[in-house]
Design a protein around this ligand. Structure first.
Ligand code: PGA
Length: 247
């Protein structure tokens, strides 16, 4: 894994946006895997700036989001579909028909998972997948488990994730208990992976991902197997890594 440590959240976000923008400038019809949560907000802000001020063109880009809560749709403010519209899709010239987020309101959730996995394949696979990381080292909503999930699937969220995500909801009881998430297998198929992490509370998860045993108990540790995975961190998230592992 390549590990790049930046001085601050802002610097991490700028570097991440540069990597995505480079991908789009080189391959305008690239397929991006996108993430939600607090971590990528600064990166999206910078991408919007690059679109407005430097003509970064999203018109041929295709995107697939990692996950969505079961039971929430675009009209729900807390849905990841709504998040993506607010933080990126509505502010750049991406074609809405080329953006994909799992349908958390599908009647047949298992069928929706299969459909989503197939759609990624039909688009030619993901060229560059952006990831955040949970405090428990989850990626997407792939929670610590006794196995690595192969495909897009329905997951039961862990109490710790529900607690962490309750900051986006009025009450903890409002946080959905289930989500649809790309599997670890889906994520590993991406040609390149860019994982972002900032803040002291992610330092242990980052350490486990980079230097821990490869185990489904720390889902991000599987990235050690990926030939083109890069971690872009701020200093606090990198604080438990030994100097020699940073580039
Ligand atoms: P965060 O979430 O960016 O809101 O910290 C990351 C994650 O849980 O994957």
């Amino acid at each position: 894994m390549r590990i790049l440590v930046t001085d601050s959240y802002e610097a991490m976000s700028r570097e991440a946006a540069k990597i995505l923008a480079g991908q789009i400038w080189l391959w305008p019809d690239t397929v991006l895997g996108l993430a939600t949560g607090s971590t990528p907000v600064g990166m999206y802000r910078e991408l919007i700036r690059l679109h407005r001020e430097e003509g970064l063109d999203f018109s041929q880009v295709t995107s697939f989001n990692l996950d969505e809560y079961v039971g929430l749709g675009p009209e729900d403010d807390q849905s990841y579909q709504a998040f993506m519209h607010a933080h990126l899709f509505d502010q750049v010239n991406i074609d809405p028909a080329r953006t994909h987020v799992p349908n958390g309101k599908a009647e047949d959730i298992e069928g929706e998972c299969d459909r989503y996995e197939k759609a990624i394949g039909e688009a030619g696979g993901i060229d560059l997948q952006v990831l955040g990381i949970g405090r428990n080292a989850h990626i997407g909503f792939n929670e610590p488990d006794d196995h690595f999930a192969r495909q897009t699937h329905r997951v039961a969220l862990k109490e710790s994730t529900i607690r962490a995500n309750s900051r986006f909801f009025e009450r903890e009881a409002d946080v959905p208990r289930y989500a649809i998430s790309m599997g670890i297998g889906t994520i590993l198929k991406a040609r390149r992976i860019l994982l972002l992490a900032n803040g002291r509370e992610k330092a242990q998860a980052v350490y486990d991902a980079v230097l821990g045993d490869i185990t489904p108990e720390h889902p991000a540790s599987i990235l050690q197997f990926h030939p083109q995975a890069m971690l872009l961190l701020d200093r606090e998230a990198a604080s438990l890594l030994p100097e020699r592992s940073k580039v």
